[in-house]
Design a protein around this ligand. Sequence first.
Ligand code: BG6
Length: 490
Amino acid sequence: MMDKGTLVLFGAKGNLARVKLIPGLFHLDLCDKLPPDMKILSVGRQEVNADAWLDEIQDMLKKKFKGKYSKTVFDRFIKRNLYHCNSPDDPAAFKKFAARLSNENEFTKNIAFFLSVRPSDFALIVDQLAEHELLNESKGGYRRVLIEKPFGTDLKTAIELQTSIEKHLKESQIYRIDHYLGKSALQNILITRFANSIFEPIWNSHNIDHIQITNHEQLGVGERTTFYDATGALRDMVQSHLLQMLALITMEKPKSFNPDDIREEKIKVLESIKKIPLNNMDDHVFRAQYKRGEINGERVPGYLEELEKDGLGNSSFTETYAAIKLFIDNERWKDVPIYLRTAKRLHEAGTYISIKFKNKNTLLENANANWLVISIQPIESTHFEIQTKIPGLNDFDFRTVNLECLNRIEGDESIDAYETLMLDLMNGNQSRFLHINEVKAQWKLIDQIIDYWSENKSPLVEYIAGSSDPTESKRIFERDDQFWRKSIHE
Ligand code: BG6
């Protein structure tokens, strides 16, 4: 179990804290993962009295967990919680906050700050914490800062943020989040690759035709129109979540499963992704936006209608579908296209990595290629498609059969990604957080596409909500025999 410490949640009145963080901490307590004396200090802009805050948490948890918990753990969890009103732009408030946190009768020396606030407040809060000596580890105890996504909105702003916070923090104190890395199914990619010796000899351009990394959602942008319209699918999903999946599936074998060794290999592969040739962008990138349609039999509005309803006009070029083709500049992946695609409002929700093997040296000309599909969500599973004989008198009649291995079985522990990452933060394990060099490599790649799109050089295609990938997206394929997998099974 981790050392005793205090978790300070900035932005405690926000959506993430209410939906994921506070319920997640309670769940960890129910699983006996929190040390008995750990405290949770929630910080928000609003003045809330201590008892009212505890009442709010109790209501939140009762609604979410519907009585499925032990009363003893519930009471223990409530006792851990405290509230402090502190506006990020008020230095006087920080002075009081620092005085409170420095009271060793109330708090330990180990403190982790979780910044679930507006991105424009990250640097401001770190400055204030430093100003009041709250980031100084020299008097014993750890001081760590977790920064929510996004870390910058392009390479320039990511570097500015980094320059600002590194005045006060060492790399070992900074935890840049990508919640996908907290998903157990993503960690399973490393186990699949490096705990099964059969894969390494075939994990290369001699045997792999191409890789597809898919994240499709049926949900639309919902309440987040302002955020999403300024962000788009490329920044929202590809910049971090999909590129992190790419790193895990293509990185070289790390020296060990040590956090630093894993990060070192991820950085190397991300930095080896080839720049997309500027004169050939439309063969590599594709964007589209959903219009009204139907999802599971229900009519849903188009993206522009959602914007209009929120007073944001009806002429946005923001993409809700993005597909890109990348190549990695090393021997293992020479000339192997890696396709990434993400969308809101598609026919089905699913996150999976599909690997198509080359179809060579088979005695049957029309044999289908083998596919290995690692599914992240909604189901956690691994599939392998092979050809088998159809029983009967025809010697060479065959069909494709799917070997399916469920990676999650009944009774397995179910820990949300944010829960895992909060534990990592308290335990000082950075392997599931982004190193600044990963963030830089990711933005470098994305920036060139954003620049291209912002000059409107590429048409924005429309697709009907609830449909599958827009036909025009196929233009990024290297060859005519390549196609998007429609789901993990076909
Ligand atoms: C977030 C994006 O980072 O990830 C959302 O901002 C997206 O737009 C979400 O819906 C997807 O996360 P998950 O865990 O539901 O796949």
